[in-house]
Write a protein that binds this ligand. Structure first.
Ligand code: FES
Length: 409
């Protein structure tokens, strides 16, 4: 699953991909003007389960996910989907964990389709048999995004800690057979950036129409494994050159999105296109989140879909209002001319790197903490795969999740 989330975050960070964003201040006094000014969500993401057959070391799921494996029932998900549509959401994503582990996926897709959503399945492919894809097609599923970890069986299977390469290859063929537009997503990092050429060749051979080469975003398990996953500048430069050469060569036959890790930039990404602006995620246990990593922010209470309506959650909850607009911003964001373009960057990244989610995202060259990002990147220059004293990757698993949850206490 992990492999898909960073691409989603990257997609939402692109101003062109989606329409679009109140604060520390809003916690105390929510401006009366907020509700009418706030547009409805565009994207409803149903993270149906945190269960997953894969063990990706860059998974964006919370590292302590195994401490709470409760899941909403079918009736509760149906209610969320109906409320989301009524609220105005147009796109409904099914993610996880692995959403195919839910036996009711077809029923949820069918309801989404009936209500007029554009429905999207974000999957590792594990569990997508021919009868299943036929049922999903009949239910009205519009789009499937399949993740691969690399172009070779050895590396794909190492990075997911499973033997799934052959199965994924069969699923790719099924997706084509059932006439779906196919998006292939590969999360990039130090271990596979040098394989970009072969990944593109693999995508072409599979008849992929849209290839997302999204460098790892450092949240969840990706943050735990940051030192091991961070590529060198040289690796990135080479990979980007390869992508550009292929774009020239093949034109529109395969559209390739290459997302640079934002630690290598000096302008922050417009994360989620602004907090509480277009994106509403509902986690497996029913918590409503303004972004998938939001639970990493301490001292925030996230509303629950069984206790409040989605309408109340979206417009009136403290969690969704906390970083909307710009009243919460400190300097340098408060007076920055780009604040309505980048919204101060990513709240979760500001928290992870500075300890305060209301700070400017330190990826920004204007942030007083930008040197932290520069240092992290420099350390990565020295380290190459198998060198630099990096610890082994910590793969996502229930046992590791419980261990990390205990260590956090
Ligand atoms: Fe960027 Fe949470 S991941 S705001």
């Amino acid at each position: 699953m992990s492999s898909r989330a960073p691409a989603l975050a990257a997609t939402l960070a692109k101003p062109a991909s989606a329409p679009a964003g109140v604060p520390l201040g809003a916690m105390q006094a929510r401006p009366a003007a907020v509700s009418p000014a706030v547009a409805p969500p565009m994207w409803l993401l149903a993270e149906l389960t945190y269960r997953c057959p894969l063990h990706c070391a860059f998974c964006y799921n919370p590292v302590d996910y195994a401490s709470n494996l409760n899941e909403l029932s079918t009736a509760q998900w149906l209610d969320v989907i109906r409320q989301g549509r009524k609220l105005g959401a147009a796109q409904l994503g099914f993610s996880g964990g692995e959403p195919l582990l839910r036996d009711d996926l077809e029923e949820l897709v069918a309801e989404g389709h009936r209500l007029g959503y554009y429905t999207n399945l974000i999957t590792s492919g594990v569990g997508l048999s021919e009868p299943r894809i036929a049922r999903l097609k009949a239910a009205g599923l519009d789009h499937i995004q399949l993740s691969f970890q690399d172009s070779s069986r050895e590396m794909n299977d190492f990075l997911s800690s499973t033997r799934t390469f052959d199965l994924k290859s069969r699923v790719a063929a099924l997706i084509k057979q059932y006439d779906y537009p196919m998006v292939l997503n590969v999360v990039l990092h130090r271990y596979n950036l040098d394989h970009v050429e072969r990944i593109i060749e693999m995508a072409l051979a599979m008849g992929v129409e849209y290839l997302e080469l999204a460098n790892t975003q450092y949240y969840g398990w990706g943050l735990v494994n940051r030192a091991q996953l961070m590529p060198s500048q040289e690796q990135l430069r080479r990979a980007e050159a390869v992508v550009n050469a292929w774009r020239e060569k093949i034109g529109k036959r395969l559209r390739i999105l290459f997302v640079v890790p934002d630690y290598f930039e000096d302008r922050p990404k417009a994360c989620m296109n602004g907090w509480g602006s277009v994106f509403l995620a509902v986690a497996a246990d029913g918590s409503a989140l303004p972004c998938h990593a939001a639970r990493s922010i301490p001292n925030m209470e996230f509303p629950h879909v069984t206790r409040q309506s989605l309408q109340q959650i979206w417009y009136d909850s403290d969690a969704f209002n906390k970083f909307r607009g710009d009243a919460w911003m400190k300097e340098p964001c408060r007076t920055c001319e780009d604040k309505h373009k980048d919204f101060g960057g990513c709240r979760c990244q500001a928290l992870a790197l500075t300890g305060d989610a209301a700070n400017a995202d330190p990826v920004c060259g204007k942030s007083a903490d930008h040197d932290k990002v520069v240092r992290i990147v420099r350390q990565a220059q020295a380290a190459q795969v198998g060198q630099g004293g990096a610890q082994p990757l910590l793969f996502r698993s229930d046992a590791n999740s419980r261990k990390l949850a205990r260590a956090k206490k």
